[in-house]
Design a protein. Sequence first.
Length: 388
Amino acid sequence: MTLRAWASGWLVAVGCAVANPAQPATLLMQPGDSLAEVLSQAADGDEILIQAGTYSGQVGVITQKRLTLRGIGGRPVFDAAGRSAEGKAILVVRDGDVRIENIEFRGARVPDLNGAGVRFEKGRLQIVRSAFFDNEKGVLTANFGDAELEIIDSEFGNAPAAARLPHLIYVGRIARFTLTGSRVRAGNSGHLVKSRAYENFIRYNELVDGPGGRAAYELEFPNGGLAVVVGNVIGQTEQTTNPALVSFAAEGADDRPRKHGLYMAHNTLMSAGMRPGLFVHAREPVAGQTMPLLFFNNLFVGLGASNAGWGQVARGNFPIPSAMLRDVDSFDYRLGSSSWLRDRAVDIPEMAQPIGKLLRPTAQFKVPAGTTPLPADVSLSPGALQIE
């Protein structure tokens, strides 16, 4: 029984009237309940609390204009178990202002090999402290130009081998995409993160393919746009299917009029093995039209090249061997405590305004997912990780 039904029944039993049945309600879902049934009972503005446990084969479509789904008592797991909503995903978000918090999605499979943990079609979606493993797509969006997607403190991994380009996050032609404090790893031929959004803010994440991973790009913006990439650890394995870690405008601009620019600051980019990587591969989205391509205080670790050539050293960018990091094999990507690069970050000049204010990090990634705020007076070093 949902909390809405329980509360209404209790009020009637004691002779009370429900003052305003349109007020937001809290509904409870427990193992054994039907997700589709619970969603059918929810009204705009309601919150669905999902008790920890495994929900096998429970799929659904969110049609409400405002709704929150929140896991409680641990992290509930929605395992597709061969089922999907509308042949698309475990959960389809149709059009509204929706928040998904503390829920895990696993095993999405559909006939066209494009099954998502969450399929976001329109509106505004916020995903917080959630997890996506073994899905043909972790999160997949449609292409509505006013949609916004924000992913915070979440985990993605274990792309399946049988999927068609199993991107762990694939963002379509939407207005804005924000990724913060999240860990994305263990790709398989597809990309870790791919976005065609107008604006992209990728801050304080760990996009490291990791042991056994064989992703293509770690971060791709195929049609350009505005991309602000700050405070990320980005790394490819020896088994990568494409040497580029970050790719910008490989397909050129699409038909949307918009600004383009790639701004990268305080990232640690790592290429493993003896095959040289291409740390950043950027081209002009529109032939003959120059755009901002600004790099500040980035570390390029291992063998490779990038659009940030030797002339960029004056902006605080440095190529270094992996031995200058604490312990890459143990996933400790900080500079050594006695490194001569400590506290050597350069100030970001006015030429980078108005983006410049966004390029100074105010936090850093925290394992396994999340962020740690940086002290306001911290002395910054090149790279993503600043404090112990």
